[in-house]
Each structure stands twice: as structure tokens, then as C-alpha cells.
Design a protein around this ligand. Structure first.
Ligand code: HEC
Length: 156
């Protein structure tokens, strides 16, 4: 390769690495004063995420009630409503703003609800299902301890 060719290749590699860092690893975020990482979103994106969160809370409430009633069909239905199908509906623009740990934890949480739905269909011990829900909720706790949302141009 010519010197120019090497230079262009280097510039290309560095640009790719920088884009990868910002859009895949770092997301759009800064360390907030409360010690949590603040993810910078638009008003609409924040509303979308919080709507999804309230859906998670509602689903978890419904699952605990169904477990108490030993209604495993109810558990399976509520849990699959919180599965990967929800994550797949998120826009690529929003996903790009999430730091990699948040994407990983979020996707793992949705996948775990699909697993819970599958387990409920064959479960004969409600306590085992409750334990599985409790384990999933460690993800809720972990993410809320580490992250919050900031609105672009308002909280930055
Ligand atoms: C991958 C990260 C992540 C996971 C996992 C997660 N959340 Fe959240 N959740 C957030 C963030 C970020 C906020 C916004 C917090 C803030 O800005 O103070 C939030 C906010 C919420 C809210 C407030 C909604 C509102 O309208 O204000 C509820 C309720 C909630 N989450 C429930 C849950 C439940 C239940 C789970 C687990 C089943 C869960 N979340 C899992 C990141 C997550």
C-alpha cells in the first residue's frame, strides 16, 4: 500500500473505533451528582422508556398475584408480555444512546421474562417461580442503582 493508502486506512480505523466507542460502549451519558450515570434522552424517548418501566412494574405486580393464586397460565401470559418482543420494538436511535451495560442489562431482563414464561408453563412449584422472579428483579435493582435519565438541554 502507498503512504496515502496507509494514512487513509489508519484514519478509517480510528474513526470506526471512535464511533464504536461512542455509539456502542459509552452511549449518550454523563456521571450525575447523585453518583448515578445520567443517560441523556429527548423528552419523547424518556416518556417511552418510563412507559416501558411502568409496564414492567405492572407486569411484576400481576405475576406475584398469579403466583400467590398458583395461576401459572397467568404468570406465563404476563411474563411473555415483558419479554424480548418489548425490546425489539425500541428504536435504534434510542438503543444507540444507552451505555453498553444498560443495553446488556435491559436485554437480559427481557430475555429472563421469556424464560420465566417458559418455566411457568411446566412448573409444579410456585416457590421456584417466585425465586426466578426475585432473581430477575436483581436486574431492576442494579440498573436503578446505577442509572437515571436526563433530558437533553434541560438537565445536562
Ligand atoms: C437496564 C436498566 C433498567 C432495568 C433493567 C430496569 N429499569 Fe426501571 N428504570 C430505569 C431508568 C434509567 C429509570 C429512570 C430513573 C430516573 O431517571 O430516576 C427507570 C424508572 C423506572 C420506574 C419509574 C417509572 C416512572 O414513570 O417514573 C419504574 C416503576 C421502574 N423503572 C420499574 C422497573 C422494574 C419493575 C424493573 C424490573 C422488572 C425495571 N424497572 C428494570 C432503568 C431500568
Amino acid at each position: 500500500m502507498t503512504k496515502l493508502g496507509w494514512t487513509l486506512a489508519l484514519v478509517f480505523a480510528l474513526t470506526t473505533a471512535a464511533l464504536g466507542y461512542f455509539f456502542i460502549l459509552k452511549g449518550n451519558a454523563f456521571l450525575g451528582k447523585d453518583g448515578r450515570t445520567a443517560i441523556v434522552l429527548t423528552e419523547e424517548e424518556k416518556a417511552h422508556v418510563l412507559g416501558e418501566m411502568r409496564m414492567l412494574l405492572e407486569g411484576v405486580q400481576s405475576i406475584t398475584g398469579d403466583i400467590a393464586q398458583n395461576n401459572m397460565d397467568g404468570v406465563a401470559e404476563a411474563a411473555s408480555g415483558l419479554g424480548m418482543a418489548v425490546a425489539n420494538a425500541d428504536s435504534p436511535a434510542l438503543l444507540a444512546k444507552l451505555p453498553i451495560e444498560v443495553k446488556t442489562l435491559g436485554l437480559a431482563t427481557h430475555a429472563a421474562f421469556d424464560d420465566l414464561a417458559a418455566a411457568a408453563k411446566t412448573a409444579d412449584d410456585p416457590n421456584a417461580v417466585l425465586q426466578q422472579l426475585s432473581d430477575i428483579m436483581l436486574n431492576c435493582v442494579a440498573c436503578h442503582q446505577g442509572y437515571r435519565i436526563a433530558i437533553k438541554n434541560v438537565d445536562e
